[in-house]
Design a protein around this ligand. Structure first.
Ligand code: PMP
Ligand code: GLN
Length: 410
């Protein structure tokens, strides 16, 4: 085994996806919708593989299928209010996972520090380490313990954040809307981060895969749109989340050529490109959304409206049984606080409480979730072992079945 793999062999998805497949009847664990993508992208995929254009079965342009990079440049150009060049500012990847991997491999060196905000999407930590970097963690802390908590009540302490920037800091990973908390960083919060990036000449890897999934009329602010940030930001997106098609594995990065060109080096020497037909279907999807931008029949308008109702339904189901929900401002996810929800006789082991709780729940109640300590660094795990994450991007029938399990619990 190469040394860089050391300590990176455990993976929460490998473990809990298998557990859910084996025991669960209702799976609110791994984040994927159990409903279909919209017809216009499904039809575009069918047309891509079944149509007359034989080229869509073959290799395409290494850094992104021409129709896809073109429309991504147009779309994000409009969102960011700047000219974006499809050939140099956009790179299409195999999901946001590959986009993240390219960022760390291309731009983080041995000895570099990378700031990660906790709780964080778990793969950031092993990816930084495999690149030879050192993760430096900073926690979001609940600043208010109200009756019904919101993800907005979890905040960074600006002085604590500033103290994490050193001469070794190469980049900060921002994930807004945040997985697993659902926090949507406000413009003011982003300005604090942006100022520190500029002051210390630090890059920002901005994981925005949930960019369309924002609730209660909140605004998703793109950090690349703040003054001075375009030149030091790589924004990362995912068609999986954008079009409810996580299995298609189409992702992208948008950023300045001076950074993206190094990502291209990693990409051309590892993955080369992502499935042509899937890229074509995603291009058609963006084309349709570009034409319907901001209109009531836009998928990017409708999907968050539907998900917000699902969120509210799960909030009610959990509240009714005393699993205190932290109401998310965005994403597929909702964290429940188990501090006042006890189950008798959880098997003892050296695993954190939330791991033991979820394993017990899947096996005994058939309901799958994800332990939140998986989204924390080792020293913090024990401070956050009373939280579990549920995915509410599910059909009404699935959410009803989860509610039934919760109600019949005792
Ligand atoms: N970033 C975050 C925050 C995620 O939740 C996920 C999982 N969807 C990814 C990146 C990876 O996305 P993809 O499925 O497009 O590889
Ligand atoms: N991003 C998804 C989640 O957080 C899935 C990640 C995975 O399966 N590797 O649930």
């Amino acid at each position: 085994q190469a040394q860089r793999l050391e300590g990176n062999d455990k993976n929460v998805w490998v473990e809990f996806v298998k557990l859910a497949a084996t025991y669960s009847t209702v799976n609110l664990g791994q984040g994927f919708p159990d409903f279909s993508p919209p017809d216009f992208v499904k039809e575009a995929f069918v047309k891509a593989v079944g149509g007359k254009d034989a080229r869509l079965h073959q290799y395409t342009r290494v850094f992104g299928h021409p129709t896809l990079v073109k429309i991504l440049a147009q779309f994000f150009g409009k969102l960011l209010g700047r000219e974006i060049d499809p050939l140099t500012n956009v790179l299409v990847t195999v999901g946001a996972y590959e986009a993240l991997f390219c960022c760390f491999q291309a731009l983080v060196d041995n000895g570099d520090e990378v700031i990660i905000i906790e709780p964080y999407f778990d793969c950031y930590e092993p990816m930084v380490k495999m690149a030879g970097g050192t993760p430096v963690f900073i926690p979001l802390r609940p600043v208010r313990a109200g009756k019904l908590m919101s993800s907005g009540d979890w905040q960074l302490d600006p002085a604590e954040l500033a103290s994490k920037f050193t001469k070794q800091t190469k980049a900060i990973v921002l994930n807004s809307p945040n997985n697993p908390l659902g926090k949507v960083f406000s413009r003011k919060e982003l300005e604090v981060i942006a100022d520190l990036c500029a002051k210390h000449d630090v890059l920002c890897f901005s994981d925005e895969v949930y960019e369309w999934l924002v609730y209660d009329g909140k605004e998703h602010v793109r950090i690349a749109s703040l003054p001075g940030m375009w030149d030091r930001t790589i924004a990362i997106g995912s068609a999986g989340k954008t079009f409810s098609a996580t299995g298609w594995k189409v992702g992208w990065t948008v950023g300045p050529d001076r950074l993206v060109k190094h990502l291209r080096t990693v990409h051309q020497n590892s993955v080369y490109h992502c499935a042509t037909a899937a890229q074509e279907a995603v291009a058609q999807g963006f084309q349709r959304e570009f034409e319907h931008y901001g209109k009531p029949d836009s998928y990017f308008v409708q999907l968050p409206q539907e998900l917000q109702q699902k969120r509210d339904r799960l909030v009610r189901s959990l509240s009714a049984v005393g699993m205190k929900p932290i109401v998310p401002e965005g994403t597929y996810f909702l964290i429940a606080d188990l501090s006042e929800f006890k189950v008798p006789d959880l098997p003892e082991s050296d695993e954190p409480y939330d791991y033991r709780f979820v394993k017990w729940m899947v096996k005994n109640k058939g309901l799958a979730a994800i332990p939140v300590s998986a989204f924390y660094s080792t020293p913090q795990k024990k401070n956050f072992e009373h939280l579990i994450r549920f995915c509410f991007a599910k059909e009404e029938a699935t959410l009803k079945a989860a509610e039934d399990i919760l109600q019949q619990w005792m």
